[in-house]
Design a protein around this ligand. Structure first.
Ligand SMILES: NC(=O)c1ccc[n+]([C@@H]2O[C@H](COP(=O)([O-])OP(=O)(O)OC[C@H]3O[C@@H](n4cnc5c(N)ncnc54)[C@H](OP(=O)(O)O)[C@@H]3O)[C@@H](O)[C@H]2O)c1
Length: 334
């Protein structure tokens, strides 16, 4: 009986829902535009508020710091490369940040997260926004891996490196009715080759924060940013050594990606977070692939297979996971 019922529902529910959604679409768009307009005037005004940004020493994190600086917030910039943070803090002050402190810390270690959160509380007495932007990408096919010791490293930075700061900051965010902002990636649901562990960590991240959003109700807001390629250190494969020297350690990768504007994305992300948006998607046309994924996953698979032929580009190119030494600046756990 159950089986018959499910067979009927499988046939009836999807088309009926799509037709209903089609009719409701204009009204839903209108309501969401009104909500956006209302939130633009009543969202968070960041002047004098306290923002912690992890992964602030490059790329998206750096530009997010400048966006909050324009809003005259107090900034706590966190990453491992102190020299980079010093320089970015100076830029942020010139742009308009109220007060900036930097903390060299490894967010994969809970005690180091406690150190920078406690320091923030002793200096400012509060936390309003926690922006998590730490990450470590990779460019290997899973079957090329010769050294499995990188698996936990990738999950540590891309997943736990968001969860630990959130865990430690949460009591203070509850007091201020603050907001957590995370940088996921469109790859959390639209995976591309060579990024299996990165995509898995991002999917875990999104599910973790979606659950947290429910648990926290409206006490603390959660903004999840899912974006495609953005031009940054990560996409150019560029990392910097502790002494400030550049190192093009992913230079051998054959697919060079330039990506969208990191400044534009940071601007969208910070205005979305201040407005209280649940999601920031950039570019938003990626959304259409979600429909393909749900209704015609085979077509999506064929199209991607044609566009991104795994055979043509196959070779061991990444340092990570291939048994070649990993530079210290990439971050090997002790
Ligand atoms: N760029 C893109 O195309 C793209 C696309 C989708 C999603 N994203 C996501 O957007 C976020 C920012 O990406 P991005 O392109 O700006 O990356 P990025 O330029 O590589 O920056 C990563 C940041 O994370 C910091 N970091 C790494 N491990 C850390 C650790 N253990 N402790 C503290 N800080 C650590 C790095 O600083 P230190 O080395 O100084 O510690 C650096 O500031 C990431 O979550 C990424 O996954 C980016």
């Amino acid at each position: 009986m159950d089986e018959l019922m499910n067979s009927v529902l499988n046939l009836v529910v999807p088309p009926v829902s799509l037709v209903m959604l089609g009719f409701a679409w204009p009204a839903l768009c209108f309501l969401s535009a009104c909500e956006r307009l209302y939130q633009s005037f009543n969202g968070d005004h960041m002047h004098g508020k306290v923002v912690i940004i992890t992964g602030a020493s490059s790329g998206i994190g750096e530009q997010i710091a400048y966006e909050y600086a324009k809003r005259r917030a107090n900034l706590v910039l966190v990453a491992r490369r102190e020299q980079r943070l010093l320089w970015i803090a100076e830029n942020a002050r010139q742009i308009g940040a109220n007060y900036v402190i930097i903390m060299a810390a490894d967010v994969v270690k809970e005690d180091e997260c406690r150190r920078f959160i406690n320091e923030t509380i002793s200096v400012f007495g509060r936390v309003d926004h926690l922006v998590n932007t730490v990450s470590l990408g990779h460019t290997f096919y899973f079957d090329e891996v010769a050294d499995a010791s990188v698996f936990p490293l990738l999950l540590d930075i891309n997943f736990w490196g968001n969860v630990y700061p959130t865990f430690v900051a949460l009591p203070y965010l509850l007091q201020s009715h603050g907001r957590i902002i995370i940088n996921a990636s469109v790859e959390n649901w639209l995976p591309l080759p060579r990024m299996s562990l990165y995509a898995a960590a991002k999917a875990a991240l999104v599910n973790f924060y979606e659950t947290l959003r429910f648990e926290l109700k409206n006490e603390v807001g959660v903004t999840i940013a899912t974006h495609g390629w953005i031009g940054s250190e990560m996409t150019s494969g560029k990392f910097m050594m502790e002494d400030g020297a550049d190192m093009q350690w992913k230079e051998e990768r054959e697919v060079h990606v330039s990506g969208g504007s990191v400044q534009e994305f940071a601007r969208l992300m910070v205005s979305g977070a201040c407005r209280g948006d649940m999601y920031v998607k950039y570019p938003s046309w990626y959304n259409v692939f979600a429909l393909f994924r749900v209704f015609t996953p085979n077509i999506l698979y064929w199209v991607f297979h044609l566009l991104i032929s795994p055979q043509g580009a196959r070779r061991s190119s990444s340092l990570l996971g291939t048994g070649r030494p990993i530079p210290h600046s990439v971050g090997i756990p002790d």
